[in-house]
Design a protein around this ligand. Structure first.
Ligand code: F0G
Length: 346
């Protein structure tokens, strides 16, 4: 499939002949979640945004932001990030031949995302501070220097991200509710824009982590904390737009605990065969905690791939079974304790 600019050019601010920097993002799988459906009593679908080229939904917006930057003659781009925006910006900058810089909270981004940003050749700045401080600083920096800011305060990011709503409506002609994790609040804003453009209006159910839930409390959180590092954000840039989207769709923005996030994270991997990152599991955690609220058909956005954050996975998964290279030992290791017993003789 072509990337989102080529696929939806008539609904995006790009003319034929404009430069397009793309990794053929978008067109991600939508899979039915049989187990979760049974638990909540609704038809539940999972939008696997981790199947994008850099492993998160950020690529939809980044193809637009970087294409627009190239069109405007930029030579450098920058973003603040909890990890995924950094990985995506670094990849698209590399592809476009631009200089990329990313500012991330030191020690607070998942290993895979850090590896990506470094591999793509971005300058990675580890800030002794949090995401909100990083975003304030990059905004000030880009006021002083001609560097394109590719955070979701950039309108092109939302234009690209709204294409996920188009795909959902194409595949599920009717959708009653959309569950989505909320951090800086760009994505929920973009979904609402996309749904409005195709005259769809599912209820938007946004979920924040309890320790980083400014939209739920109605006030910024100075020291946000959560295991879901991607949404460890205390003062979302798209605050008003997200609240408007929530109200206009008759939706809700609610909090889920880290325990609920991790339980959904494990359940998706072990029962649905879908490995997403912890922040992504907040959408399903919220659905499990609060229920579908009368919706018959629900989609949950799984925003990033589980491989982004191997350490959290290893910290919350079962242990490996050590074994010496002998048949008896392998037999015991494979069958022992499983209750499977030795195979029946033929
Ligand atoms: N899920 C994942 C995996 C994310 O990386 C993010 C945001 C969100 C959900 C929330 O989306 O910010 O539009 O409300 N990550 C940003 C980043 C902040 O820097 O990668 P949002």
């Amino acid at each position: 499939m072509p990337g989102v600019v080529e696929r939806y050019r008539d609904r995006l601010p790009f003319a034929p002949g404009d430069p397009v920097v793309s990794l053929n993002e978008g067109s991600t799988p939508l899979v039915h979640a049989a187990h979760v459906s049974g638990l909540v009593g609704a038809e539940v679908w999972l939008k696997l945004e981790g199947a994008n080229p850099t492993g998160s939904f950020k690529d939809r917006g980044m193809t637009c932001a970087v294409s627009a930057a190239v069109r405007e003659g930029a030579t450098a781009i920058i973003c603040a990030s909890t990890g995924n925006t950094a990985a995506s910006a670094a990849a698209y900058a590399a592809r476009a031949g631009l200089t990329g810089a990313v500012i991330v909270p030191a020690g607070k981004i998942a290993t895979g995302k850090l590896a990506q940003a470094l591999m793509h050749g971005a300058r990675v700045i580890a800030l002794r501070g949090n995401f909100d401080q990083a975003l304030t600083l990059v905004r000030a920096l880009t006021d002083r220097h001609p560097i394109a800011l590719v955070n979701s305060v950039n309108a092109f990011r939302l234009e690209g991200q709204k294409t996920a709503a188009f795909e959902l409506v194409e595949e599920l002609s009717e959708l009653d509710a959309l569950c989505v994790p909320v951090g800086n609040a760009g994505n929920i804003t973009a979904y609402w824009k996309g749904f409005r453009e195709v005259r769809a209006a599912p209820r938007l159910l946004g979920f924040q982590a309890e320790g980083a839930a400014p939209l739920v409390h109605g006030a910024p959180v100075a020291h946000p904390e959560t295991v879901a590092s991607a949404i460890r954000i205390g003062n979302p840039a798209r605050w008003e737009e997200a609240m408007e989207a929530m109200t206009a769709s008759r939706g809700e923005i609610r909090a889920v605990s880290d325990e609920e996030i991790l339980a959904a994270y494990r359940l998706l991997a072990s029962r649905e065969g879908v490995f997403c990152e912890p922040a992504s599991a907040a959408s399903v955690a919220g659905l499990l905690r609060y229920g579908p609220g009368g919706a018959r058909r629900v989609a949950c956005v799984l925003t990033g791939h589980g491989l982004k954050d191997p350490q959290t996975a290893l910290d919350h998964a079962g242990a490996v079974v050590p074994c010496v290279p002998e048949l008896d030992a392998v037999e015991e290791a494979v069958l022992g304790g499983t209750g499977a017993g030795p195979p029946e003789p033929a």
